[in-house]
Ligand binder design. Structure first.
Ligand SMILES: Cc1cc2nc3c(=O)[nH]c(=O)nc-3n(C[C@H](O)[C@H](O)[C@H](O)COP(=O)(O)OP(=O)(O)OC[C@H]3O[C@@H](n4cnc5c(N)ncnc54)[C@H](O)[C@@H]3O)c2cc1C
Length: 209
């Protein structure tokens, strides 16, 4: 039996590892993971790159290391086409992959922000590459006595990023969080909203709702 998993994010990687664990006694099952990147991005820890609490290799371990004690067959490639009738996936570079079971775990794409200027004048914060780009930008401002940063969005990412930026910049940092809705962490329980508000206030982060 051939199980093919497209995408090596949290969904795809954990699916591959869990299938391997459950099925390892069965030599009949061949698990293939298709992922174009060579490193898994542990997104919840991206912020720690800015404060240098963690190094890139800790946040983004190589798939080869993560999978080396498993029988998961890693194809570093893009899935370009799925033929459901033929049960086959066309890859950008490699041979087509035939499967019996297919898992599609290709993630999602951020809706481009519609605020004028946001496409050209903001930095995203979704991947290791984004975090490294932000880190480079901050490093290029090291000589300035004051650094002002505006974080758009007071969801979990915006709040954590604002706190980490404040920790990173210390007294040089002037951090502001802006959200068009009337509260921070809108879908979270009140006690978590209060804890987040406290964390922002303790760091002197300004919040505009
Ligand atoms: C900064 C940040 C912090 C976060 N913190 C948390 C948190 O604390 N808790 C939490 O629950 N969630 C958190 N999230 C959200 C979490 O990262 C996502 O919910 C999760 O990554 C979704 O997993 P996924 O496998 O569906 O997709 P993804 O992780 O996006 O994985 C999709 C994978 O598919 C691959 N891919 C794309 N196209 C192709 C193709 N054509 N062929 C082959 N492969 C392809 C991509 O390279 C990628 O590796 C955070 C997100 C960010 C950005």
């Amino acid at each position: 039996m051939r199980a093919c998993i497209l995408g090596g994010g949290f969904g795809g990687l954990y699916c591959a590892l869990s299938l391997h664990r459950r099925l390892k006694k069965s030599a009949q099952v061949h698990i293939t993971l298709v992922e174009p990147r060579d490193r898994f991005n542990f997104t919840p820890l991206l912020y720690e790159l800015l404060t240098q609490e963690l190094a890139p290799w800790e946040i983004a371990p190589a798939y080869q290391d993560l999978l080396k004690h498993t029988a998961v067959d890693l194809r570093q490639d893009w899935a370009e086409h799925i033929d459901l009738d033929q049960q086959r996936v066309t890859l950008r570079h490699g041979e087509p992959l035939a499967y019996d079971y297919l898992v599609v775990a290709l993630g999602s794409q951020m809706r481009p922000p519609t605020t004028p200027g946001s496409q050209t004048h903001t930095l995203p914060f979704n991947t290791l590459a984004d975090a490294e780009q932000l880190e480079r930008r901050l490093a290029s401002l090291d000589h300035l006595p004051k650094v002002q940063v505006v974080v758009a969005g007071a969801g979990p990412s915006g709040v954590e990023l604002a706190c980490k930026l404040s920790d990173r910049l210390g007294s040089r940092g002037q951090i502001t969080v802006v959200d068009r809705r009337g509260e921070i962490l809108r879908s979270y329980p009140e006690r978590i909203q209060r804890a987040a508000a406290r964390a922002l206030a303790q760091r002197g982060v300004e919040v505009y709702l």
